[in-house]
Design a protein around this ligand. Structure first.
Ligand SMILES: [Zn+2]
Length: 346
């Protein structure tokens, strides 16, 4: 079988996927017709609208073309400003699941930036109802399984994170499977969240952390030391052989997002990306898109990059797909069901 159709046919899970980063340009234009908020300006770079103008496709194209972390954060902020009502969240969830179906993604664990929603002063509960409506419709129409992960913002501090995690605990029986910490690693060290992670785990929540994306290996050590079960990005581990050994030995899943790392500048050159090194060192590598619409990528494209640029064979791509199911927070019977679909694919 030709590799492209093999990748398409492969049942996959996506474990590092931000809802806000999945809002495609057409949907953002549509949302902008509902609300008119000027886009962020930085040296006039993003000053693409007159105040109150409805966005055009070209405006969004420019907003989504950046090549550093700052530009990305501005675009992310601009999207969140246009996500307001429960209906907005329902719409973007449903459209995300439609796109997942097209990639043959059978299961996704989706980050919602609840820390940002709260910071913006939006009430989370009605928004969550919109999210769940979108998820239910998406599951019914596209057969995609989806669980939520509530993401707190590291640099907003532990008190703000505590509120996010408490909300997650309250909604645990409604498909909220875990919590995460994202945002600025340097300004929000993992150690701040040690007690909160313990409490979240006691409440039955699973734990993830963005770590080693923009800072050094100490940030990955920090995340592991407070009990993170999966590491988002983890690039910095490449420079710490002891850390690589521990991650391989403990089979800590690492959520690799190659295109994202290039677009934010977390990784300067494609050939410097450690995905192959991690895999060859026995780490449990999974592939994800992070923010597919904002980085103009898809999960199949990420697999394609692994194949073309890093010489993953079809059998190794199959192993990545298996890893994505094994590293998910699904109950074991569902994992077995998806794993057997992967194994039976010829
Ligand atoms: Zn991320």
């Amino acid at each position: 079988m030709a590799s492209k159709s093999f990748i398409q046919s492969l049942p996959k899970a996506e474990l590092h996927l931000h809802l806000e980063g999945s809002v495609d340009p057409a949907t953002l234009v549509e949302l902008s017709r509902r609300y008119n908020t000027p886009l962020p300006t930085e040296n006039n770079r993003y000053d693409v609208t007159g105040s109150g103008d409805v966005l055009t496709d070209e405006d969004v194209r420019r907003l989504y073309s950046y090549n550093d972390f700052n530009g990305f954060m501005l675009a992310f902020k601009s999207v969140t400003e246009r996500l307001r009502s429960p209906e907005d969240y329902e719409l973007v969830t449903y459209r995300l699941m439609q796109k997942l179906r097209q990639q043959n993604v059978v299961h996704a664990e989706v980050y919602v930036s609840v820390g940002v929603i709260r910071w913006r002063g939006q009430p989370v509960e009605p928004i969550f109802e919109g999210l769940e409506r979108g998820r239910e419709r998406g599951q019914r129409d596209f057969g995609v399984s989806l669980l939520w992960i509530f993401d707190a913002v590291r640099h907003f501090g532990p008190e703000a994170a505590a509120e996010v995690f408490d909300l997650a605990a309250r909604l645990r029986d409604r498909n909220v499977v875990g919590v995460g910490i994202g945002g600025d690693e340097a300004r929000g060290p993992a150690e701040w969240f040690r007690d909160l992670f313990k409490k979240a785990a006691d409440n039955g929540l699973r734990l993830t952390a963005h770590a080693g994306e923009t800072t050094g290996p100490e940030s990955v050590w920090g995340a592991l030391n407070i009990g993170a079960e999966r590491i988002g990005h983890g690039l910095a581990a490449a420079s710490d052989s002891e850390l690589l050994e521990v991650m391989a030995q403990k089979q800590v899943p690492v959520e690799i997002c190659i295109t994202s790392n290039l677009r934010t500048g977390a990784c300067a050159e494609l050939q410097e990306h450690p995905v192959r090194k991690f895999f060859d060192n026995g780490l449990m590598v999974t592939l994800s898109t992070d923010d597919p619409a904002m980085f103009q990528t898809s999960l199949n494209k990420e697999y394609e990059i692994a194949r073309q640029e890093f010489e993953f064979s079809d059998e190794q791509l199959r192993e990545l797909a298996r890893n994505s199911i094994e590293a998910s927070f699904l109950p074991v019977e569902k994992k077995l069901k998806f794993l057997s679909q992967i194994d039976f694919l010829v």
